[in-house]
Every structure is written in C-alpha cells, then in structure tokens.
Design a protein around this ligand. Sequence first.
Ligand code: GAR
Length: 198
Amino acid sequence: MRIGVLASGRGSNLQSLIEAWQEGKIPAEIVAVGSDHAEAQALTRAEKADIPHHAFPLKDYSSRIEQEQAILTWLKESRIELLVLAGFMRVLSPDFLKALNCPVLNIHPALLPSFPGLHAQRQALEYGVKVSGCTVHFVDEGLDSGPIILQEAVPVEPGDTEEILTERILKVEHKLYPEAVRLVINKLIEERNGGKRE
Ligand code: GAR
C-alpha cells in the first residue's frame, strides 16, 4: 500500500506517521510528501527519512487550480493508494478528489463537527468548552467534514492558553493518526484481497 502525505508546515504529524511506519506499525510505505510551502519543516523531515518530497509554492503557478493540478499529477505519478493530509491548510477541490480516486484522510484539532476551519483550539477556548480533542476523518468536498474514523477527547483546563491546549491536543494527535491510518490500511488490504488480511 503506497501512502502520499501533504503537509503545509511543521509536520509533527508526518513525523509520527514516519516513526510508526519505520517501527512496522503501519503496513504500508510513505512514498511521497508534498507541501504548498517550500520552507515547510515537513519537507526536511521527509528528506531525513529518505522519502521523495516536493514543494508546490503558489508563486510557481499562475493560479491555485494550476498548483493543485501539479500536486495531482505528482501524486498520480507516485501511484499512491491513500492520501494523508497532515496539517495541509488548503481545501482540496471536488475535481482533485475525483481525479485522485483514492481515500483521503485528514486530522483536525477539535471534536468535529465542532470548530471546523482555522484556529480550532482558539475557537474552543473562546466558546468555553470544557472538553475538546482531535478527529481523524475521511475527506469529502466540505471543510473538515466527511465520515469520522477516530476521535479522542482532551480536557480543557482552567487557565489554558491557545498554545497550551494546542500542545496537549497535538500529543494525542500523534497517537491517534498512526492508529487511524493503520485501521484504514488494514481495511483497504482486506478489500483488495477479497475479505482476507494479507
Ligand atoms: C495539527 O494540529 C492538525 O490537526 C492541524 O494542523 C496542525 C498541524 O501540525 N490541522 C488542521 O487544523 C486542519 N484543519 P503539524 O504540522 O505539526 O502536523
């Protein structure tokens, strides 16, 4: 099973996936890491792990559509069978999803459907919830929507700042995402083998 990852920034979730894969916890290979930011730390992490990686900065393209097309072509050439979004801060177009034609996963730092979009942790603090968390879901054409695979609650403590809550949720993300990817891959392998585990 060939996995592609898209990440816009720090790439700590990518790192947790790389480590899970290297430790044999994910029965698949990460074969491509792409980013919409040339300076994304995620690309450095891919480089260190010897994973083919590529930057697609918007300035190199005449439009967002062209940029997305370039990402699509590259992922297709990499023959990925599962796309994992790890802090990829762009919404993929319906045309992209249709043409890619493989499952796409995303992780979001809130208990969806609460607090979709940017700054989920800030939204949670501003609302005053006592529990937040993170969600791994299949990507559909909406913003942080699509069928939920795994969720885990994280308490909001009195005096939490956005940074503190972000850090507490991130620790859980690093455990939840590899587990969700493992579950999805096992299911895909099972389907490919007509119901049998490989
Ligand atoms: C993570 O907290 C992830 O859940 C969030 O971006 C961060 C990326 O961190 N994603 C979203 O908000 C998507 N809507 P990372 O680059 O260190 O993995």
